[in-house]
Design a protein around this ligand. Structure first.
Ligand code: ATP
Ligand code: MG
Ligand code: MG
Length: 359
């Protein structure tokens, strides 16, 4: 429980979803910081289910950290319960708030600056998945059903295209053709899951660099944060989204597509970090699809931007006309770049995986 005298509070960080604040409390003469978050209930409708997932995941992660003799308050998010022992507070105005211990002497980065950043972030996400392999208490709640169901995403796109409610399809001919031609990709992981070749695991589902805390002194990835989307999923969805967000040489909405490519040294960093933590539990089919997962998730996000463009920009916030189409073009350019380098990526993956197992 929180104690001490409240000193001050201010907005904190560069998250886009929740409202995040840092607050200081005087505890026996020393100021101690906490993170307070107002949960975005436009996006997360079932706060109780979401907080139930987070409570289970964070307490399991700290238990595991303690067993290893690590400082659990730096190796996992720690929820600070309300005075009546709940994970969050239903406050006035219908707002839901939660509080975490502030992780000191570490920070998040908004941009992956070096391949070693990529390696540390991927190691942290791999460690996180590994920690949760034996989470007790049954399946987590699926707070966003079909989040990475690429077949459903494809059907949504087909519906938006057939309706063409804003007469925009004519502006996106090339992107629509690319999407239609890529259909065979969408069932690959779903079929592997259906056949039992790859297992459902617990996944983070927002594996961006700014959701990992890197230690200020060692730059080691110490802890994964932002657990709103933790739920059942495929490990490859998390890895694929790391490839999408960490290897791109340009911004997510870059209009000059000549600036967009998959940067191999960053991919190499991701694979080596991820396999150093997850190599021990991933099966062969998962390992064989690491490079492919990057292409699939990049395509999937591009498809979502395209769908939203066709539907009149109803989901993603846009800053200019055609913003979603620009984002779609960037993602599709990256998917093409991955496709053209896929066999080289697979060679690198195999080399790193073999090194891992021989160690
Ligand atoms: P996103 O846009 O990635 O979904 P969000 O709005 O869900 O972000 P968080 O990622 O949870 O918000 O938090 C925003 C930022 O606040 C983080 O990037 C991090 O810099 C900082 N932060 C969050 N939790 C902690 C913590 N426990 N200790 C220190 N800093 C934190
Ligand atoms: Mg975040
Ligand atoms: Mg978030």
């Amino acid at each position: 429980m929180l104690h001490g005298q409240f000193l001050d509070a201010q907005p904190y960080g560069s998250g886009h979803i929740n409202d995040t604040f840092v607050a200081r409390f005087d505890q026996s003469g020393a100021p101690v910081r906490y993170i307070f978050q107002k949960i975005n209930q436009n996006i997360f409708k079932d706060v109780a289910a979401l907080m139930d997932n987070i409570e289970r995941v964070t307490s399991h992660a700290s238990r595991r950290a303690k067993e290893k003799g690590a400082d659990a308050s730096r190796r996992a998010l720690t929820l600070v319960p309300t005075r009546d022992g709940r994970s969050h507070l239903n406050a006035a105005g219908g707002h839901a708030w939660r509080c975490y211990l502030f992780i000191e002497n570490a920070r998040t980065y908004d941009i992956v600056e070096t391949p070693s950043h990529a390696r540390e972030a991927a190691r942290a996400f791999g460690t996180f998945q590994g920690l949760l392999n034996d989470l007790p208490g049954g399946r987590l709640r699926e707070t966003i059903p079909d989040f990475h169901n690429t077949r459903k995403r494809f059907e949504n796109f087909q519906r938006a295209l057939a309706a063409d409610a804003h007469n925009r399809a004519a502006n996106a001919r090339d992107e629509i053709d690319f999407a239609l031609k890529s259909e065979s990709m969408v069932d690959v992981l779903l079929n592997l899951q259906k056949s039992g070749a790859i297992p459902e695991r617990i996944t983070h589902n927002d594996t961006k660099i700014n959701n990992v805390m890197l230690d200020d002194a060692t730059h080691e990835g110490i802890c994964v944060i932002d657990l709103d989307t933790v739920m059942p999923g495929l490990a490859l969805y998390d890895f694929g989204d790391m490839v999408r967000s960490a290897t791109n040489s340009g911004a997510e909405d870059e209009r000059d597509l000549s600036k967009i490519s998959m940067r191999m040294p960053f991919y190499e960093g991701l694979v080596s970090g991820y396999l150093s933590a997850a190599g021990s539990f991933l099966n062969e089919a998962e390992r064989a699809h690491l490079a492919f997962s990057g292409k699939l998730i990049t395509f999937e996000i591009g498809l979502r931007f395209l769908t939203d463009y066709l539907e009149g920009d109803v989901y993603f916030k846009t800053k200019r006309p055609g913003h979603n189409l620009d984002r779609c073009r960037t993602q599709f350019a990256l998917a093409r770049s991955i496709d053209s380098q896929q066999s080289a990526m697979e060679t690198i993956t195999t080399r790193i995986a073999n090194k891992e197992t021989s160690q």
